[in-house]
Design a protein around this ligand. Structure first.
Ligand code: B4P
Length: 193
């Protein structure tokens, strides 16, 4: 089973690369951002609570996203593995994910981080905001808040996986295919271990 955490700041290209990885490896894609946007579009109580925070560029509470991921793991027991996209975003989420997987006799294979500088992130997200309709992509102030949340709460998650010897990082600037090639190289090395 291949359980991959795709990591990086907002706009690093996690969602973009996930689409290509699903096709190549047949993995199940678990994006907490997509799951939360699904709750918002259905108008659930969870979605209404999440929307306020997301529109401000803030993280949603750990218990909410951990509960969503737990449900999805239970609903997809027989897959070839998972891509965790945008999750875990805090150390508490990383610890909870380890415990959830351990209870299913599984584990994270590794984390791959996409490195992109702040100016490029802001450029990409503002560009996407022009036609995505995502309120959190439309406003430079909200984008900067998301990057700040990443640096203060999410970046430490990399140390969590470094401590387990499961961390790799690559340059997230380049063509989508170049970056995909670098990710596949790392996965290939894990599979041959
Ligand atoms: P997410 O939905 O996870 O989104 P993201 O971080 O903005 O984007 P991603 O890195 O996937 O970028 P993408 O490939 O789309 O989070 C949204 C919000 O949800 C968070 O701010 C938070 O409030 C909440 N949330 C989600 N998960 C949470 C959690 N676990 N805990 C708490 N809160 C949570 O790429 C971006 C753009 O760049 C696209 O337009 C793409 O076309 C472009 N791009 C991609 N690769 C490129 C390349 N190589 N060159 C040029 N452009 C590229």
């Amino acid at each position: 089973m291949l359980n991959l955490v795709l990591f990086g700041p907002p706009g690093a290209g996690k969602g973009t690369q996930s689409q290509k990885l699903i096709e190549k490896y047949g993995l199940i894609h678990l994006s907490t951002g997509d799951l939360l946007r699904g709750e918002i579009s259905q108008g659930t109580a969870l979605g209404l609570e999440a929307k306020k925070l997301m529109d401000e560029g803030l993280l949603v509470p750990d218990a909410v996203v951990i509960g969503m991921i737990s449900n999805k793991l239970d609903a997809n027991k027989d897959g070839k593995g998972f891509i965790f996209d945008g999750f875990p975003r805090t150390v508490a989420q990383a610890e909870a994910l380890d415990a959830l997987l351990e209870s299913k006799k599984s584990a994270i294979s590794g984390m791959i981080a996409l490195e992109v500088n702040d100016d490029e992130l802001e450029r990409r997200l503002l560009l996407r905001g022009k036609d995505s309709g995502r309120p959190d992509d439309a406003n430079p102030e909200v984008i900067r808040k998301r990057i700040h949340e990443y640096n203060s709460k999410t970046a430490p998650v990399a140390d969590f996986y470094k401590g387990q010897n499961k961390f790799k990082s690559i340059n997230g600037i380049g063509t989508v295919d170049e970056i995909f090639g670098a990710i596949c190289g790392i996965i290939g090395a894990w599979k041959n271990k």
